[in-house]
Design a protein around this ligand. Structure first.
Ligand code: FAD
Length: 371
């Protein structure tokens, strides 16, 4: 089977890694380097109590890969302990309870802790900003570049071809299969996997497949100076996701957790989003942020129901969707990629994923089909 994967972010190389030992795989990335868009711009966190219901089992089912990557692929751990603290003011206590209940129902390790304990794990928090808190001990930092490289290495070792500067302009499907115009070359083969992130619907339309209503939402992040003490803090998030911060070496990564609709593009940070995040984080902590060291933005792309879309298009089964990763595309990549590869190869869902609660029907593009 000849497969063309469109997109060289974490989704594209992930499915490539699980497909390459069983198929003739080519990956086309429009940029001159891989992981240039959303994958290179994440907060790099593994956080179980997060995301739409059908996504959560994918996060759970990915943990084994992070903890025990295949032998010889990486020379240092893909994941390291961080912990996550979700805090609520008095007026947000109802939301905190709902978040707790959601986490428990999904089987995440989440505990209620006292404000005093929250201040012990992150002493920078103001006492008046914490009426109650949740603690997720298993939350962890992901080595995103390490994970991406591990997938690329697996693809190359299995003989897959990876081409950068190769944009899918147009594709037609005839009796013999696909013919795809990649600018300077043409690809011919059996299956296209759409792992084009914010451009997922654009690629579908170029292939003559109806779009599914993907919406890219911009999120801005920035780095401020930290200290030796801040290195050991957890991720700290407001329960309504009005802001979050987490240590990154001796710096601290901060975000307004904004979700501003955007067309697919090379997203740029907005000053107003940085300023608002600083205001809110300064109100909840004694960090006293005044200076920003660097800033960036990325597009988190969602399907209308905010769940991922994985599987063959109902009207064109030779076109397989792997889109709508939203804010969880890194932490779900091992399981989402393995599921997508199984569906491309016409295999059943791996047993460990079924045991983790992964439901291919809830993730299938069929649920979004209209007319
Ligand atoms: C600020 C921020 C924080 C985040 N934090 C986290 C986190 O802590 N944990 C987590 O799990 N996730 C997080 N995410 C989300 C995560 O980064 C995304 O879900 C993930 O990177 C999406 O990967 P992707 O491969 O689908 O998309 P992308 O990385 O954008 O890759 C898609 C690729 O397709 C290529 N492409 C598009 N059109 C074409 C075409 N016509 N031809 C060829 N190539 C094409 C693009 O150039 C691009 O490289 C965060 C995102 C942001 C912005």
């Amino acid at each position: 089977m000849r497969v063309l994967i469109v997109g060289g972010g974490i989704a594209g190389v992930g499915v490539g890694a699980f497909l390459a030992p069983h198929a003739d795989v080519t990956l086309a990335e429009q940029e001159t380097s891989l992981a240039y868009h959303t994958t290179g711009r994440s907060a790099a966190l593994f956080f179980e109590n997060y995301g739409a219901g059908p996504i959560r089992p994918l996060t759970k089912a990915s943990r084994t890969y992070f903890d025990h990557p295949p032998d010889g692929l990486v020379d240092h751990p893909l994941i390291s302990p961080r912990g996550a603290l979700t805090i609520a003011r008095e007026d947000q206590l109802g939301h905190l309870e709902a978040t707790y209940a959601e986490g428990v129902a999904a089987g995440a390790q989440v505990e209620r802790i006292s404000p005093e304990r929250a201040l012990e794990v992150c002493p920078s928090l103001r006492r008046e900003a914490v009426a109650a808190a949740l603690w997720e001990p298993d939350a962890a930092d992901i080595d995103v570049a390490g994970l991406h490289q591990a997938f690329v290495r697996t693809m190359r070792a299995a003989g897959a071809s990876i081409t950068t500067g190769a944009e899918v302009h147009r594709a037609t499907h005839e009796g013999q299969g696909w013919r795809v115009d990649l600018g300077t070359t043409t690809w011919a083969g059996d299956v296209i996997v759409d792992a084009a992130g914010a451009w997922g619907d654009v690629v579908a339309e170029r292939c003559g497949v109806a779009p599914i209503g993907l919406q890219p939402l911009r999120r801005t992040a920035f780095m401020v100076g930290g200290s030796d003490a801040s290195r050991g803090w957890p991720l700290v998030a407001d329960v309504d996701y009005d802001w979050y911060f987490k240590p990154d070496g001796e710096q601290i990564l901060c975000s307004l957790a904004d979700e501003t609709p955007s067309p697919p593009c090379d997203a740029r940070p907005q000053e107003i989003d940085v300023a608002l995040a600083i205001d809110r984080i300064n109100a909840a902590t004694d960090l006293g942020i005044r200076h920003v060291r660097s800033q960036w933005a990325g597009l988190r792309t969602f399907a209308p129901d905010r769940s991922m879309v994985i599987g063959p298009d109902p009207r064109q089964p030779a076109f397989v969707w792997l889109v709508g990763q939203g804010g969880t595309g890194i932490q779900t990549a091992p399981a989402a990629s393995r599921l997508a590869a199984a569906l491309v190869l016409g295999r059943s869902v791996p047993d460990d994923m079924t045991a983790a609660g992964v439901d291919p029907v809830a993730l299938s593009p069929e649920r979004l089909a209209t007319g």
